[in-house]
Write a new protein. Structure first.
Length: 271
């Protein structure tokens, strides 16, 4: 796996330090991948909501500065709860930015902030979401962009069902671009009686496009990945057993000591 960081971990610093300099510090902690998160891109974005747009020249400068790192673009996109126009200006700008920062493997990671947390159990439960996702995933595939979804409110088994049903309506070569960003800690917070690591183990390997690590203890978020409510080392072993070689992003909270916490998170998992 590739040690990864995410730009919303630096929310506290972005007002005083440029995005490129923060990426430099993350690289110094051992990061080999950076997830560039909408709302935390400083000079590389403008606007909000449907009016949000990436500043492509600024993104290009950042990526050119770090040829040894890989990047993906992460956005809040209500793709599960509303009909997003795959040809609309917002989505097309997100795909363009994902292609720019992603190099040979462009990747748009999405999360729907309004996603329902009542688990989907049957194909009928996910039918409305499938109808919304398929056109977006097809357009992403047409442009060579991986389209992944984080399990914000749903358990991983429900997201697996969604991808399975959506892929069944797509050509095989299109469907390979659609997958998930598993975040077992999200599931444990919303569904404390569930077994997210068992559900991660059950995911087909090609559904996993990028992963998030975070930690809590007794439901309270920790500033680094360490011992806590979720066995993060077991999570890493599951991914290694699937031969997952993509980014493992430490989605740790923003704090004054975030880079010490990032280095400690990498060391904990490596240990």
């Amino acid at each position: 796996m590739i040690n990864g960081a995410i730009s919303n971990s630096w929310r506290n610093q972005l007002g005083d330090v440029g995005l490129g300099d923060l990426i430099e510090r993350a690289r110094g902690c051992g990061a080999g991948h950076i997830e560039l998160r909408q709302t935390c891109l400083a000079e590389a974005e403008s606007g909000a909501g449907d009016d949000w747009r990436p500043e492509l020249n600024a993104l290009s400068d950042i990526v050119a500065r770090f040829p040894d790192l890989t990047f993906d673009l992460a956005v809040a996109l209500p793709c599960l709860t509303t009909d997003v126009d795959p040809q609309g200006g917002l989505y097309q700008s997100q795909l363009e930015a994902a292609r720019l920062v992603g190099g040979g493997q462009p990747h748009l990671r999405t999360v729907d902030p309004a996603a329902d947390d009542t688990p989907w159990e049957t194909p009928a439960d996910v039918a409305p979401q499938v109808n919304r996702i398929v056109p977006l995933a097809r357009e992403a595939a047409r442009q060579g962009v991986i389209f992944s979804m984080e399990n914000s409110g749903q358990p991983l088994r429900a997201m697996q069902l969604l991808v399975q049903e959506a892929r069944s309506q797509m050509a095989a070569d299109e469907g390979q671009y659609l997958g998930l960003c598993p975040d077992p800690a999200n599931q444990l917070r919303r569904h404390p009686e569930s077994r997210p690591l068992d559900e991660l183990a059950a995911l087909p390997a090609d559904y996993i496009k990028i992963v998030h690590f975070k930690q809590a203890r007794d439901g309270v978020a920790l500033e680094s990945v360490a011992d806590g409510d979720l066995d993060c080392r077991a999570m890493a072993r599951i991914l290694q057993g699937k031969a997952y070689a993509g980014p493992a992003v430490m989605e740790i909270p923003s704090s004054d000591g975030v880079f010490d916490n990032l280095a400690a998170s990498f060391a904990y998992l490596d240990g």
